[in-house]
Design a protein around this ligand. Structure first.
Ligand SMILES: Nc1nc2c(c(=O)[nH]1)N[C@H]1C(S)=C(S)[C@@H](COP(=O)(O)O)O[C@H]1N2
Ligand SMILES: [Mo]
Length: 393
């Protein structure tokens, strides 16, 4: 790797020379702003797919190829709403906890904020991310194919801490969580997860939740499919049986080749994707390019990421950038010298349980073509001699 180093040195010498000539502005700059905005030249946006008959309903996707590090800026966090974004007054909003409990209670936001707080960085991925890939409908860009994925620092209170106040009875097996939006999104969560690491969240990346993320209160279930992370949370009911709600029967179940549907498939399996270079980009020249992307798993920590730049014939370890957090996005990097020939590049991750991200064919051999949810196969990108990067179909 001697040649690129010499090039870097030449480049930095040129930069030093031009810095000396740069003029210092003679007038002072713009006023300060009470609440910040990004530079006007920065144009990263979510792509939005709304149902025409029902405004606000649908999804918007994070531009993963334009994100630095592992935290998704709140303004670019993906959205998935089943009945738009409700306007909720935090002063009057309450969370009711009832059912198989000793003391049914209703909590204001102030009540919940008086508990010891907890912050945790974790990814959120919609179970329907890449839904078309099972049937070979591969989106041309990483934003289209993987953009129902984001990672935030969430702040709130550990749910088990609040439950100590209501006294959940021993025969409670499930918690039914309900949202205050018009879809009344309802999901049944097993007690084990509730007591392990579920959070009632009011903060996102250092400030209050965004309305789109569930303001003023949402459930966060680290590593579990996005749909179970109920937004605009208003009710938790403890029961012996699951609710069998629409979102755990008609949707968010995987139709398997034997004709049965897999229900309550909560955990997101290990997955990775190269975000740069990725579909829709163009390499400007032969030579050095840094390959980078994300890896994540709902089963704890990512153990390693491998990258292939030769159609999957050989694989080499990528560097995992610190911090490598459990149930968070992990940033990987891999130096690559492109020789100008057509090839396919791809990443493959392994999590701490030893689970290896499958190929598309391996995934389909288990899930079949109609599963819809929880697609997590390796995604190759094809690099053409022109430098154009296209979806591999
Ligand atoms: N109340 C309510 N909660 C909800 C939803 C919803 O429509 N209503 N959408 C769910 C789905 S399908 C996903 S993927 C995540 C999306 O969270 P986000 O919009 O903050 O990214 O929220 C879940 N929680
Ligand atoms: Mo979702």
């Amino acid at each position: 790797m001697k040649a690129p180093r010499r090039k870097f040195l030449a480049l930095s010498a040129a930069l030093t020379a031009s810095c000396k000539k740069a003029e210092v502005p003679s007038e002072s700059g713009a006023h300060m702003r009470p609440y910040g905005e990004r530079a006007p030249q920065e144009q990263s946006v979510r792509i939005i797919r709304e149902l025409t008959k029902s405004p606000g309903t649908g999804s918007s996707r994070t531009p993963l190829h334009e994100i630095y590090g592992i935290i998704t800026p709140s303004a670019l966090h993906f959205e998935r709403h089943h009945a738009g974004v409700p306007a909720i007054d935090p002063a009057t909003h309450r969370l009711l906890i009832h059912g198989l409990v000793d003391r049914p209670l209703s909590f204001s936001l102030a009540d919940l904020k008086s508990f010891p707080s907890l912050s945790r960085i974790c990814f959120l991925e919609c179970g329907g991310n890449s839904v078309g890939d099972y049937s070979g409908n591969h989106q041309p860009t990483v934003q289209g194919s993987h953009g129902l994925l984001s990672c935030s620092e969430w702040t709130g209170v550990k749910l088990s801490r609040v439950l100590a106040e209501v006294g959940v009875q021993p025969d409670a097996q499930w918690m039914i969580a309900e949202g205050a939006d018009a879809s009344m999104m309802t999901r049944s969560i097993p007690m084990e997860k509730v007591l392990h690491d579920a959070m009632l969240v009011y903060g996102q990346n250092g400030e209050a939740l965004r309305p789109e993320q569930g303001y003023p209160l949402r459930l966060i279930l680290p590593g579990w499919e996005g749909n179970t992370n109920v937004k605009w949370l208003r009710r938790l009911e403890f029961t012996r049986e699951p609710a069998q709600s629409a979102k755990e029967t008609a949707n968010y179940t995987e139709l398997l080749p034997n004709g049965q549907a897999r229900q309550f498939s909560f955990v997101m399996d290990a997955r990775s994707v190269i975000t740069s270079p990725s579909g829709g980009m163009k390499l400007s020249r032969k030579g050095f390019h840094e390959i980078t992307g994300f890896a994540w798993t709902g089963h704890g920590k990512i153990a390693r990421v491998e990258v292939s730049v030769d159609n999957g014939q050989t694989w080499a370890l990528a560097e995992l950038q610190e911090p490598v957090l459990s149930l968070a996005l992990v940033r990987f990097r891999f130096p690559w010298r492109w020789d100008g020939a057509e090839t396919r590049i791809m990443s493959r991750c392994t999590d701490e349980t030893g689970y290896v991200q499958p190929t598309h064919d391996e995934l389909l051999s288990v899930y079949g073509p109609n599963a819809g949810y929880h697609y997590h196969a390796i995604r190759p990108w094809r690099v053409l001699p022109s430098g154009e990067v296209v979806s591999h179909v």
